[in-house]
Design a protein around this ligand. Structure first.
Ligand code: NAP
Ligand code: MG
Length: 480
């Protein structure tokens, strides 16, 4: 061990009170699913964690019926002030059980504990606190004369931020007065099920939130259920398209938060070390499993070599390994399927002529791993410049003028986020104004706040989550 290495510092799993089997959470209780139960594993070592119930169409129907009853009999009659009390209670319980939730999330998803502990779980609590504050103020916020909920919301979330995406969906829906049926992703159901225990602890009336685990077919059944009034989806553009088709003409409201291929633009006057740190955070945070990841680095030609040198030096210091180790910077890839996709696109990048460099990491023997990788000499036509890799892979392109940077940044079917690194405030404003992206960060990246709306243009989807905008998706007739 060299003097620069750290001793192992694993977070203890003993805080987890795992059950061997988890049922579906319907009408306030855990119940058996009708489909064949499946096992959720830890992507870091492929070890089984727990058996998870599989909801088929009939189970989804039971969950929607429970949500409808809860809406009609309890939730729609409750004052906003009382709904807010439940949301505050949930927020406090999330804080109380924060360590347990962080360990569960890192175990099931593969993300480093320092991220689940310091980013995901605190943001989950902040989302519930924030929307708790809105519940009794809907009448006073320009949301229409008598803002009313849609009714039952069907919500489908991906595996990259399992608990955070749950919070982004459930908190505004409940604040606005809807009841919920939520489907977590197949590979990461655990934190949602612990969250269901928190709902029991909070005495949330039965049926207000129902959680149906399963696979894609479970989500498809939820989207198509005739008694669902509003569909909220976060996931891939392909499934988003399928959902848009399924709800077309039904009168259901829909918001879609889909993929991205964000440009992170570094101008020659940027503070380079700070920018390099931001580029690393932009694409290697959460192993690059981030819809708004800065996966395309656009660097001004005059500083290209210097930025790439410093980037490689920095990447060589990142520690990859056990997600539960507090020193870990890069955790496991979430699934074998995702690893295969990252490998495939990276191989194509080489074949198409870009130059590949990977950090020299020790890859653990078991589990799913991919070393942080940079492609230089990437051209706009390369697939690694156009398609979402959704992994720790950065494509580097160059530009000479601000106009060229903006044109290249906007040359994508997506439009979720972007980053600008420069010393000049006037340049930040001028460039941000011309970027077709829902969120533009300046001299920082991947910052989230419950008060700030988030969402995309073009193939990144439609609708906004977060802030007052995020409420409008859950209210009848409310304009953003
Ligand atoms: P995905 O395959 O679209 O899955 C997302 C969710 O949809 C999962 O719960 C999935 O269930 C479910 N699902 C699959 N097929 C379905 C169908 N036909 N009908 C209804 N639901 C269905 O995406 P993913 O691979 O899990 O997630 C990665 C993608 O999500 C990336 O493209 C990323 O950019 C995007 N994303 C976007 C945001 C955002 O806010 N814009 C945030 C995070 C991720 P199973 O997992 O059980 O198959
Ligand atoms: Mg898992």
């Amino acid at each position: 061990m060299s003097f620069l290495e750290y001793a192992a510092a694993p977070e203890s799993r003993s805080i987890l009170n795992l059950r061997e089997n988890y049922g579906l959470f319907i009408d306030g209780k855990f119940v058996d699913g009708r489909g064949d139960a499946f096992t959720t594993i830890s992507p870091a070592d492929e070890a089984p964690i727990a058996s998870i119930a599989y909801a088929d169409e009939e189970d989804v129907d039971r969950a929607v019926a429970a949500a409808r009853r809860a809406y009609d009999k309890v939730w729609s009659k409750m004052s906003g002030r009382d709904r807010g009390k439940y949301l505050f209670r949930i927020a406090r319980l999330v804080q109380e059980r924060a360590r347990e939730l962080a360990v569960a999330e890192s175990l099931d998803n593969g993300k480093p504990i320092k991220e689940s502990r310091d980013v995901d779980v605190p943001l989950v609590a902040s989302w519930f606190f924030y929307y708790a504050g809105w519940a009794d103020k809907l009448d006073y916020a320009g949301l229409g004369a008598n803002p009313r909920a849609h009714g039952v919301a069907g919500q489908i979330i991906p595996w990259n931020f399992p608990l955070l995406m749950l919070a982004w969906k459930i908190a505004p829906a409940l604040a606005a007065g809807n009841t919920v049926v939520l489907k977590p992703a197949e590979t990461t159901p655990l934190s949602a099920l612990i969250f269901a225990e928190i709902l029991q602890q909070a005495d949330l009336p039965a049926g207000v939130v129902n959680i149906v685990t399963g696979a894609g077919a479970t989500g498809a059944a939820l989207v198509r259920h005739p008694d669902v009034d509003k569909v909220a989806f976060t996931g891939s553009t392909g499934v988003g398209r399928d959902i848009a088709k399924a709800v077309a003409g039904t009168g259901k409201k829909v918001t879609l938060e889909l993929g991205g291929k964000a440009a992170n633009i570094v101008f020659d006057d940027a503070p380079i070390d700070q920018a390099v740190e931001g580029v690393v955070n932009g694409i290697f945070f959460n192993q690059g499993h981030v819809c708004c990841a800065g996966s395309r680095l656009l660097v001004q030609e005059s500083i290209h070599d210097e930025v790439i040198d410093r980037l490689k030096t920095r990447l060589s210091t990142l520690r990859m390994g056990d997600p539960l180790d507090k020193n870990t910077d890069i955790g496991a890839i979430n699934s074998a399927a995702q690893l295969a996709r990252i490998r495939e696109l990276s191989d194509i990048g080489e074949v198409e002529g870009a130059e590949r460099w990977s950090a020299d990491c020790v890859i653990p023997e078991k589990g799913f791993w991919f070393a942080p990788t940079i492609f230089t000499g990437v051209e706009a036509s390369h697939r690694i410049a156009r398609e979402e890799v959704f992994g720790p892979v950065l494509s580097v392109l160059t530009f000479r003028t601000p106009d060229e940077a903006i044109a290249k940044a906007n040359n994508t079917p997506y439009g979720l986020s972007a980053g600008i690194w420069t010393d000049k405030g006037s340049r930040i404003l001028a460039v941000a104004d011309r970027l077709r992206a829902g969120v533009v960060w300046a001299n920082t990246f991947n910052r989230f706040d419950p008060a700030s709306p988030f969402g995309g243009y073009k193939e990144s989807g439609y609708g906004r989550e977060g802030g007052r905008h995020g409420l409008t998706a859950y209210l009848k007739g409310a304009a953003a």
